[in-house]
Design a binder for this molecule. Structure first.
Ligand code: KIV
Ligand code: ZN
Length: 513
């Protein structure tokens, strides 16, 4: 019997982007969107066009290039937001407008300061405005998990009548439990007379660690769209993780009456891409995409796996895109071999010129590090894309760091600031600290360092270090990344990358605040 389809709606670039420090540039969004399309995600929520001109542009750009997925934008239930969103997505081959308004007593009274009847009226108007742009309109009752059942039934019946084709039940604050959330979906579908005219969707947050469980319970109770994010990125504790939803449904086909269209072999590259762009590292024991997810450490497990894979493995690492530290290229590899390997990894560079720049970086890396793995190539491309050579205000020109037993570490740097090269030197508690102090003495950003983390990209002491630096200034939080075989250089690159993001001063609104 043919299974029903479960629609995968990815909101990494909208809800994911609402995590402090996770904001993405247009180019970063385009790279993520291409990867999601390759993975066969059904709906890509590319942003909140009313947030800023930059976000409008990014959503419009994603809409222009994506052909195999629906491209969606979010809008609050007011005319300006909905029209801005409609304009941003209207160039897509398959556009969707997603509008929302809060329906719980606490949100209506304290946040919206609206009467329930006004909320219904506004929701209906918003859906009608959205229908002027597309017949693919999604409506979300925000904080549905804490809303009154009778009121939810009234709102939803009216918005379906007004033209909404997807109804997304949001557990905005991650408060519900699987049985409760599944029951909510079931009761709404049973009680609302026109419920069969819409696809039912779930949008769960992970404040109690239940986002995936609640989403799966929704599926068992009739939801046929799940909203989720790569690596579970999202506000506070995040959203339901795409990889966990997809693999749970795929692995337990004995239980689920539906399946997704996702090409799961693109999951790990997508996870790496999002983690590289946002600087949010994936914990080693994270299901599916964590470094240890398929590592069988204990002797007894290894013995079992060697005898028969299914003793301890319920999924195959290669099915989710793990490519085990494969040696791919070396110092003598040519430009064509490099290009072919990038294509095999699903990486397309926008022009021959970009390929030449990347190839030059590859050669420089191969001089320092003899074995180049897929992970190195991915980091190299990520780094190239995150550096916007023409528009960046700061560039690291050179760095010398000195550390010696019994001597205070110091660093000398030359940074170009708006085209002018400036030298500085400083002492610090270590070479990284000294480099940051030297850079700060030039740029005088006054930013507070919230996080500094280093991960090795592959194993071994010759591995590249991937550094994330999180800075905060005047209420804005940004993340910067850098990679190099020398972790002091990687750290300085990450710091400069974060400073450039702070300098670009992109102000965005959060739709829910
Ligand atoms: O969590 C939430 O309620 C949302 C909606 C805007 C869909 O993100
Ligand atoms: Zn959300």
């Amino acid at each position: 019997m043919k299974k029903e389809k479960l629609i995968i709606f990815d909101t990494t670039m909208r809800d994911g982007e609402q995590s402090p420090g996770a904001s993405m540039t247009k180019d970063e969004k385009l790279r993520i969107a291409r990867q999601l399309e390759r993975m066969r995600v059904d709906v890509i929520e590319a942003g909140f066009p009313a947030a800023s001109d930059g976000d409008f542009d990014a959503v419009r750009a994603v809409a222009a290039i994506i052909k195999d997925s629906t491209v969606c934008g979010l809008a609050r239930a007011n005319e300006q937001d909905v029209r801005r969103c409609g304009e941003a997505v209207k160039g897509a081959k398959s556009p969707r407008v997603h509008t929302f308004i809060a329906t719980s007593p606490i949100h209506m009274e304290k946040k919206l300061r609206m009467e329930p009847s006004q909320v219904i009226e506004q929701a209906v108007k918003a859906v009608k405005w959205a229908c002027e742009y597309t017949d693919n309109v999604e409506f979300t009752p925000e904080d549905a998990g804490r809303s009154d059942m009778d009121f939810l039934c009234r709102v939803i019946e009216r918005v379906i009548k007004a033209g909404a084709t997807t109804i997304n039940i949001a557990d905005t604050v991650g408060y519900t439990l699987p049985e409760h959330f599944g029951g909510l979906i079931r009761s709404l579908r049973e009680r609302i007379p026109n419920s069969d005219k819409a696809v039912w969707s779930a949008h769960c947050h992970n404040d109690l660690g239940l986002a995936v469980a609640n989403s799966l319970s929704a599926v068992l109770n009739g939801a046929r769209q799940i909203e989720c994010t790569i690596n579970g990125l999202g506000e506070r504790a995040g959203n339901a993780s795409l990889e966990e939803i997809v693999m749970a449904v795929r692995t337990r086909q004995d239980v689920f009456p539906c399946d997704t269209n996702i090409d799961t072999t693109h999951i790990v590259p997508a996870s790496r891409l999002v983690s590289g762009i946002t600087g949010f590292a994936v914990q080693p024991n994270k299901a599916i995409v964590g470094a240890n997810a398929f590592a069988h450490e204990a002797g007894i497990h290894q013995d079992g796996v060697l005898k028969s894979r299914d003793t301890y493995e319920i999924m195959r690492a290669q099915d989710v895109g793990w490519i085990s530290n494969k040696l791919v290229l070396g110092k003598h590899s040519g430009r064509n071999a490099f290009k072919v390997r990038l294509a095999e990894l699903g990486i397309e560079l926008p022009s021959e010129e970009a390929l030449n720049v990347a190839f030059k970086r590859f050669k420089d890396l191969a001089d320092k590090k003899h074995e180049i793995f897929d992970e190195d190539l991915q980091a190299l491309i990520s780094e190239e894309a995150s550096e916007n050579l023409e528009n960046d205000y700061y560039h690291l020109i050179s760095l010398t760091a000195h550390s010696e037993t019994g001597e205070p570490p110091f660093a000398k740097v030359v940074v170009s600031e708006d085209g002018r090269e400036k030298p500085a030197q400083a002492k610090g508690s270590g070479p990284v600290d000294a480099s940051f102090k030297a850079i700060e003495s030039i740029v005088k950003s006054g930013a507070e360092l919230l996080l500094y983390s280093v991960n090795n990209i592959t194993s071994g002491t010759d591995s590249q270090g991937e550094v994330t630096v999180r800075l905060s200034k005047g209420g804005r939080i940004v993340n910067g990344q850098g990679a190099d075989t020398d972790i002091v250089v990687a750290s300085a690159k990450a710091y400069i990358n974060a400073l450039n993001k702070l300098h670009s001063k992109v102000e965005r609104l959060n739709p829910q605040v």
